[in-house]
Design a protein around this ligand. Structure first.
Ligand code: SF4
Length: 382
């Protein structure tokens, strides 16, 4: 297939003229971008088609509350385009482009005209990495690093791999499903993967596959090519209303991913990003769905965790009782929260950690005497 980029809704054949006119208001605010391959996966007969929901704008994006930077990434940005929130890990926002623009993107700010976040100051970023020997791994994210020229990526990776203390690199990407031809038709990208994925230092590719229908034969070939060249793959996805918010879809996604060698890794609560409210489902509903799906899949797929990517860290939704919800820090921005367990009274409407206000108890198993009971349960007070 000859890949053609589609930058305007006027060129999307499946939409009616009326729909195009209506959606113009949305694209004036939030970028639309795709290609003929990905658009060909849409079933235009189905107005609720999940692939359509991933890529085609909706007027719902003009409503609802939210932040442009819901995880407050800017707070942890010591050099332009480099984030350092968790001790051993640094993240570099590599570009202001992806293979398409997901309508639920939590970094939609990077596609906005005046944003500088994803134009990294690479010399400052590399100096930061060199100076911070506690960093042992780097996540290249974005915008999608695989939209960049391979020669440029090679230069960056070579600089990073020259630092002895960096033991592995991850690349976050949706290119294998947005545009598998980027991988299939560039042999120099295969060379890059084998060059930087050696027996002693691996290159990880973290894919963003949200729905099993994205796993087409072309996508599977591209994913297999990355694996054949030595990359280790894992997948992350948010739970998204209308796209994959069903036990059966999650089971199918987890099973297919595991079968092809890409175990599910993080499953995220949809972040409260501006324009994304319509994609979010309540945390407790998502947790149940996630656990129901996990109950039906292999131990490999069960390694996935349901995570709220909060300003304070990655918080795992660990359990629900009739009255309480139990969270545990999977990655904490501040040491006092390492492995911290927090038990709150349930709130079935909650869409984000901050919606839980009645904390029963909080403690870090790593710190004796760290227990705080902020809210006294009525049974305890007699
Ligand atoms: S691939 Fe990731 S960064 Fe790119 S638009 Fe989609 S969610 Fe955003």
């Amino acid at each position: 297939m000859k890949l053609e980029y589609v930058r305007s809704l006027t060129d999307v054949k499946g939409l009616s003229e009326e729909e195009k006119r209506e959606l113009e208001k949305v694209t004036e605010k939030y970028t639309f971008y795709s290609n003929n391959y990905y658009l060909s996966l849409i079933n235009w007969e189905d107005p609720d088609d999940p692939i359509r929901k991933i890529i085609i704008p909706s007027t719902t994006e003009l409503h609802g509350e939210g932040a442009l930077d819901p995880s407050n990434e800017s707070k942890f940005t010591p050099a332009r385009g480099l984030e350092h929130k968790y001790g051993p890990t640094a993240l570099i926002l590599m570009s202001r482009a992806c293979g398409g623009v997901c309508r639920f993107c939590f970094r939609k700010r990077i596609f906005m005209a005046d944003n500088q976040d994803a134009i990294p100051d690479l010399s400052a970023a590399m100096n930061y990495l060199r100076d911070h020997k506690e960093i042992n791994n780097v996540l290249l994210s974005g915008g999608d690093p695989l939209v960049l020229p391979t020669t440029y990526l090679k230069r960056i990776l070579a600089q990073i791999y020259r630092m002895e203390h960096i033991k592995f690199v991850r690349i976050g990407t949706k290119i294998p499903v947005y545009n598998p031809y980027r991988i299939l038709e560039d042999p120099s990208l295969s060379d890059l993967v084998s060059r930087f994925s050696k027996s002693e230092r691996k290159l990880y590719i973290i894919t963003d596959i949200n729905h099993p229908r994205e796993l087409t034969p072309q996508a599977l070939s591209a994913l297999n090519q990355l694996m054949k060249n030595g990359a280790i793959l894992a997948n992350q996805t948010p739970i998204l209303k209308g796209i994959n918010d069903s036990k059966d879809i999650l089971i199918e996604l987890f099973n297919k991913l595991t079968a092809v060698g890409i175990p599910p890794y993080y499953v995220f609560q949809c972040r409260p990003t501006v324009g994304n409210a319509d994609f979010a489902i309540p945390i407790e509903k998502g947790y149940r769905m996630f656990e129901e799906a996990k109950a039906a899949v292999s131990g490999l797929a069960k390694r996935a965790r349901f995570i709220i990517s909060h300003t304070s860290g990655k918080v795992e939704v660990a359990a629900l009782t009739d009255e309480y919800i139990i969270f545990k820090y999977h990655n904490a921005a501040h040491q006092e929260n390492d492995s911290r367990v927090m038990i709150f009274r349930r709130n079935p409407e909650a869409l984000w950690l901050d919606d839980y206000v009645e904390e029963v108890v909080s403690f870090s198993p790593l710190m004796e005497g760290s227990e705080t009971s902020l809210y006294q349960h009525v049974d305890d007070t007699g």
